[in-house]
Ligand binder design. Structure first.
Ligand code: NOJ
Length: 808
């Protein structure tokens, strides 16, 4: 690994590394290990080996180097051996850029449900759509790149949570879901990809461009060894354990070396420590050369020579490079094996996927003009359910649930259709035309946007309810010139529901946390005319609500995130109380941007921009806890229409060492459950993890695992209110030792549908890794000696139960 190509980068990195100990970076490069197939892919690996042994050099290169074609990424295949070409399409919120597919809720939205079943089901049904469209490789899920270190990060909504444990669970389940549907998943973007600004050295249309094309180095994320392991690598370890087929390397530099030619991250961390057996795919434009990338551990060049060579023509000369001795054929053979093994493991070689039907070549962002509907009946219901279950009630002084209002005022352009078509934001091109009326936001923009087949807007759904209940409903959806209309409509209404939004997209980081379209003024107009104002926000993360959050006329605030095509039905379910809100924040909601760790988006216009992750492991709530900063709403916070009490915390040694961390995954619909690969009990036991990592840990005895359960925890959650509801119980661990966060999330369990007066048991399993820290000197995980505090409760700052556990 080359550390810090620029002097400034090197000096700053040295400061970072002195905090926690340097990465084992003394060696210049790390050799890519030869794949073995690992635990679950042995048979597929044997079959792939015999195929690859029969392949010519040119044929091996054919499965590695992208070519022009009708998908976002295309691989040629080997017709002589019946190896099909591969079609790669985008995600992670639906099959992009196709039509006839569903627009699912964003990852962040799904994370806010804290519901393993919904996380899995979203990916499974999305996976079916990839499959039915003839897509071999889904470019999903986002697996902690970005994790969400920067509150302004443009793509945070594509992923899950800045907490590595939460993102790890979501990544694990998403990989299972997509691959259970027969499609290869891609964990992206590896690694340390936390800002859009300066992500690329070239100069296409980036808003941030300051130098001519190709001149500026990509932003370098400079991350110390402890932080890398405990924060950024953690979710990728879970994706590998779930058997992810591919990993996409990211655009940024990592400690001075580009992520797709970084032998430390690709060959050491990913392929050695995590024992990853699949292939590494470059992000489109993330590959900058032929040889260093291959030798560092890149296995598939994307888009290779596709897109008219826009991103280069990488590996189109790979055959010659082997023949003239520049690169060894063994590396090429290993790459071909890594690509073909999961393809065979999923049976794509024996049962060809449905043909993908396109009659127009897509440009990078436009959809082909063929329409083929592959949506399942159940999918819209699932999307609606995720939308409702993710809605996070932040304030409620009596505004919700709506009590059969007779006259309803709806304000805000975010309540209604986009005047330019529902896909005008995030569709062809990347910009949401803010100067126009953007309508309700269902997703953010860029390659993570999925084309909505329709959008049921909030206004559509609320009108249906009003028709049903005999209420009068009126709306004002302009973004200026509404004062007189508001003053006449709002005072005569029983309730005013204001819909506001914030846009976020790939290619640029958010400019700030102010709501779009002057929304604060709209809320002000509403509260000046009504004492019962409910605010609903469609947002990608934190926004500034300080001007009105404490106003007594604001009687409820709901964060509804980016909910996908069923947005209106989902929010109507919540507003009317058909669904009792149970979403909780998967990040910390500060009062001010200044309360977050500073300078997490680096925009200095220099040739080698450096982002030093000096916050270390103190990401998100860990920073607020360590600095004693009071947020507006803490990590894990969310209200309900009922109330819950916690009691009876019990810690016990496990009966068996195998974990069922991801248990109780089942589908609601019996009609579709038959097609799932789940065991009959509907259990996915952690002992069934498809691949084992090779992460070193201190008390390894030859047969134990870093993922063995060492502690079981249960707590009783009682519904003390008047209505049935679900509660996300959370477990935090305070790990002893200097420099540890006050507490870290290490478990969550959604206790569902508890009747008033009834109780439910929330259970958690702590694995050895969950109690460990990374020791940079020993280069191993270890459980520190001393007293641990295990706390359980409703949020990161509402933890009524705690017990200690010691390791001597
Ligand atoms: C760029 C994005 O970073 C990545 O997520 C996407 O899969 C590729 N382009 C292909 O569109």
């Amino acid at each position: 690994m080359k550390v810090g190509t620029g002097l400034a980068g090197f000096v700053k990195l040295a400061v970072v590394l002195s905090t926690y100990g340097a990465a084992p970076a003394s060696a210049e490069s790390w050799t890519t290990p030869i794949a073995t197939g690992g635990k679950s892919w042995k048979d597929a690996f044997a079959k792939a080996s015999s195929l690859v042994n029969n392949m010519t050099l040119a044929e091996k290169v054919n499965v590695m180097a992208g070519i022009p074609g009708s998908c976002v990424g295309n691989i040629g295949g080997v017709p002589r051996l019946n190896i099909s070409g591969f079609c790669l399409e985008d995600g992670p919120a639906g099959v992009r850029p196709l039509h006839g597919v569903s627009q699912f809720p964003a990852g962040l939205t799904t994370a806010a449900t804290w519901d393993r079943e919904l996380i899995y089901n979203r990916s499974y049904f999305m996976g079916k759509e990839y499959y039915d469209q003839g897509v071999h490789i889904a470019l999903a899920p986002v697996t902690g790149g970005p994790l969400g270190r920067a509150p302004l990060g443009g793509r945070n909504w594509e992923g899950w949570s800045p907490d590595p444990y939460a993102t790890g669970v979501a990544s694990y389940l998403s990989v299972l879901g997509i691959q259970d549907a027969g499609v290869m998943a891609t964990a992206k973007h590896f690694i340390g990809y936390e800002q859009e600004t300066f992500r690329n050295p070239y100069n296409l249309d980036e808003a941030y461009s300051v130098f001519p094309a190709g001149v500026q180095a990509p932003i370098s994320s400079n991350i110390d060894d402890k932080t890398m392991h405990e924060v950024y690598l953690w979710p990728f370890a879970e994706a590998v354990r779930a058997g992810v087929a591919h990993v996409m390397c990211s655009y940024n530099n990592l400690n001075g070396t580009q992520a797709c030619e970084n032998s430390f991250t690709l060959s050491h961390l990913l392929k050695t420590e995590l024992n990853f057996q699949g292939s590494v795919i470059s992000d489109w434009g993330g590959q900058h050369n032929d040889v260093d990338t291959l030798m560092a551990g890149l296995d598939m060049a994307m888009p290779g020579s596709g897109f008219g060579g826009l991103f280069g023509q990488f590996w189109s000369d790979l055959v010659q490079l082997v023949e003239n001795g520049t690169v060894p054929e063994d590396r090429v053979t290993d790459a071909a094996l890594r690509i073909l093994t999961p393809y065979i493991w999923l049976g794509q070689d024996e049962t060809p996927l449905p043909e993908h039907v396109f009659n127009a070549l897509p440009t990078l962002w436009d959809a082909p003009d063929v329409y083929r509907d592959v949506r399942q009946d159940y999918t819209a219901e699932l999307i609606r359910k995720i939308g409702a279950e993710s809605a996070t009630l932040l304030k409620n002084t009596g505004g919700l649930p709506l009590q059969n209002p007779q006259r309803i005022a709806v304000l805000g352009n975010d309540a209604t259709d986009n005047a330019l078509g529902q896909n005008a934001c995030g569709g062809a091109g990347t910009a949401c035309p803010l100067e126009n009326l953007n309508g309700t936001l269902t997703l953010g923009g860029g390659s993570g946007y999925a084309y909505a087949p329709y959008v049921v807007t909030p206004l559509d759904a609320l009108k249906q309810r009003a028709i049903h209940t005999g209420a009068e409903i009126s709306s004002i959806t302009v973004i200026e010139g509404y004062d007189a209309a508001v003053q006449s409509l709002v005072p005569t209404s029983d309730v005013t529901v204001v819909f506001v939004s914030g846009w976020s997209t790939e290619f640029e980081d958010r400019p700030g946390i102010t709501l779009d379209n002057n929304a604060d003024a709209l809320v002000a107009a509403a509260v000046n005319s009504s004492s019962n104002v409910v605010v609903v926000m469609h947002i990608p993360g934190v926004v500034d609500i300080e001007k009105w959050a404490d106003n007594e006329n604001v009687t409820a605030i709901v964060a509804a995130w980016y909910p996908g095509q069923e947005t209106g039905n989902a929010i109507a379910d919540v507003l009317y109380g058909a669904v009792n809100p149970s979403g909780k924040l998967p990040f910390t909601w500060a009062k001010s941007l200044d309360d977050y760790y500073p300078n997490t988006i680096v925009s200095d216009p220099v040739l080698e921009p450096q982002s030093d992750f000096t916050d270390g492991v103190f990401i998100d709530y860990r920073w607020f806890d360590a600095q004693n900063i009071t947020p507006r709403y803490e990590f894990g916070f969310g209200l309900s229409y009922t109330t819950f009490e916690y009691s009876g915390l019990i810690l016990s040694e496990p009966q068996t060492s195998s974990s069922t961390l991801f248990r109780s995954i089942s589908l609601n619909s019996s009609a579709v459950s038959a097609s799932l690969k789940l065991s009959s009990a509907g259990f996915i036991s952690d002992s069934d993890s498809l691949q084992d990592t090779a992460e070193p840990f201190a008390d390894f005895d030859g047969s134990n695992s870093l993922y063995d359960v060492v502690l079981e925890v249960t707590a009783t959650v009682s519904n003390t209110g008047e209505s049935s509801g679900s509660e996300v119980a959370q477990l935090y661990v305070s790990i002893p030792g200097d420099g540890q966060p006050v507490r870290v999330l290490r478990g969550f369990d959604k206790a569902k549908d508890i009747a008033p007066g009834a109780s439910s048991i929330a259970s958690f399993e702590l694995r050895r890794k969950d109690l460990s820290v990374w020791n940079p000197v020993k280069q191993a995980w270890e459980i520190p000696k001393g007293q641990f505090i295990i706390s359980v409760g409703a949020s990161s700052r509402d933890l009524p139960l705690s017990e200690t556990w010691s390791r001597s």
